[in-house]
Design a protein around this ligand. Structure first.
Ligand code: 13P
Ligand code: ZN
Length: 271
């Protein structure tokens, strides 16, 4: 059996969380990631019959029975994951009852998966129903995106349109736009259900005055989505209080989307 510490998915979690911490998106225990793994690949590193603990989920995850995820731990700091992955990360399999998770590795101090696991698993279910290749769900608190929440209307058409205007690449990177939820209590099944509802339509969801969710096929795709939103939000926050002399017009965004052949939200552009 190979050493799990050398697995590419553990390496990806270590590198990505360290990077996100460096970018200031994940202060203290802020943020969480869940990554759907290939069962055969996990079997190269772990004995899949050896369940270390059973952890209740608190909701029904029946459509994900048997699926294995690597997930950040609740209360754990992204800052510390790279140095101690076995304590700060866990690998869990959704059990046959759909109500519990079987711990296969990690959370070595007795911890458990993120408190946002309902939002993650419900988002995985929603994304898998529209894109069977979706593997990653990522949540974080990027500074400029969060700042923008306090000075911009929390309306998904208007929020998307403003972001699309801020960087030429935005409409190409997230042509599907960005869903927006109002402020809601985090860690609950309700916010999970609301997030999943948006995830049927969008790969990006703003949690009003809290942070952002992204979903994608790979760690790079998901990170890149959030990174592009954050860059656009930074440009917005650097310019919102200044007179706007130039702008990327709607007809130019349409030209971009058509040139790059992306299926964009036509109802999010004017005219
Ligand atoms: P966890 O520490 O439970 O992952 O929570 C962090 C967070 O960002 C809550 O929204
Ligand atoms: Zn959060």
């Amino acid at each position: 059996m190979k050493n799990i510490i050398n697995a590419s998915f553990v390496e990806e979690m270590r590198k990505t969380t360290a990077n996100m911490y460096q970018l200031g998106w994940d202060e203290r225990n802020g943020g969480n990631i869940s990554y759907l793994l290939d069962t055969n690949e996990v079997a190269e590193y772990l004995d899949l019959n050896e369940v270390k603990r059973i952890i209740p989920l608190g909701f029904d995850a029946a459509p994900l029975i048997g699926k294995i995820f690597i997930v950040t731990g609740t209360g754990k700091y992204f800052k510390n994951i790279d140095a101690d992955p076995e304590n700060n990360l866990g690998i869990v399999r959704i059990a046959a009852d759909g109500q519990t998770a079987e711990l296969l590795w990690g959370y070595s101090d007795g911890g458990k998966f993120t408190s946002e696991f309902p939002a993650h698993l419900m988002s995985h279910m929603a994304r898998l129903s529209v894109d069977p290749k979706n593997c990653v769900v990522m949540h974080c608190h990027p500074t400029h995106t969060l700042a923008m929440n306090f000075v911009h209307e929390l309306d998904e058409r208007k929020f998307t349109h403003t972001l699309w205007e801020m960087c030429t690449e935005c409409i190409v990177v997230f042509p599907d736009g960005i869903g927006v939820l109002p402020w809601m209590l985090c860690g609950t099944n309700s916010i999970g259900e609301a997030t999943a509802e948006k995830m049927r339509e969008f790969r990006l969801v703003i949690w009003g005055m809290h942070g952002i969710y992204g979903a994608g096929k790979t760690m790079d795709e998901t990170f890149g989505l959030i990174e592009t939103v954050e860059k656009a939000a930074q440009i917005y926050m650097l310019t919102a209080h200044l007179p706007r002399i130039n702008t990327i017009r709607d007809d130019q965004m349409k030209e971009l989307a058509e040139y790059f052949g992306v299926d964009y939200r036509k109802d999010f552009l004017d005219g």
